[in-house]
Design a protein around this ligand. Structure first.
Ligand code: GRF
Length: 177
């Protein structure tokens, strides 16, 4: 049973749903995230302002996911770091998708940073999540070319089309174990 955490558009969530994977719960740190509307399963939001601190928020979110029988958590455009109060509840069972060839270009503005650095090649990475910024063990990675005239939008779209294939593949593999 898969729980997905989102903050934004949710195109990676859509790819997991379209692949027929058993997504039973979708949680967001933003009440108005467009991604929430894509899910027909249980959804809830856990905004930091509604809790005393990050630990309390992450504990509440982990409790809710456990109530939905979630065993594997997928971060699909979830833009907050998770604290040990969350990660310790799902050991080695939290994965993230990131728009670069990690360990190169971690962080929230990876696509813009790659264009600014003038790299010829970008990519998509699926990795295990630890307390660091995009620093957990890499599970799968695929290269994506940077083309002349690329903007952050055009490059990100090309990366996302790879993410939409790679993420469901890795998640399906993890579900089989
Ligand atoms: C993706 O590019 C993902 O790699 C990054 O955030 C973006 C999320 O896009 N972590 P979406 O919300 O799945 O459309």
């Amino acid at each position: 049973m898969i729980g997905v955490l989102v903050s934004g558009e949710g195109t990676n969530l859509q790819a997991l749903l379209d692949a027929g994977l058993p997504v039973v719960a979708v949680a967001s740190n933003k009440r108005d995230a467009p991604a929430l509307a894509r899910a027909s399963c249980a959804t809830d939001s856990f905004e930091l302002v509604d809790f005393p601190d990050r630990t309390a928020r992450d504990t509440a979110m982990a409790n809710w996911l456990e109530e939905q029988d979630v065993r594997l958590v997928v971060l699909a455009g979830y833009m907050h770091l998770l604290t040990p109060s969350f990660l310790d509840r799902f050991p080695d069972a939290v994965v993230n998708v990131h728009p670069s060839l990690l360990p190169a270009f971690p962080g929230a503005h990876a696509v813009e940073a790659q264009l600014a650095a003038g790299v010829a090649e970008s990519g998509a990475t699926v990795h295990l999540v630890d307390e660091g910024v995009d620093s957990g063990e890499v599970l799968a990675q695929e290269r994506v070319p940077v083309l002349a005239g690329d903007t952050a939008d055009t490059l990100h779209e090309r990366i996302k089309s790879v993410e939409h294939r790679l993420l469901p593949e890795v998640v399906r593999e993890l579900c089989a174990h």
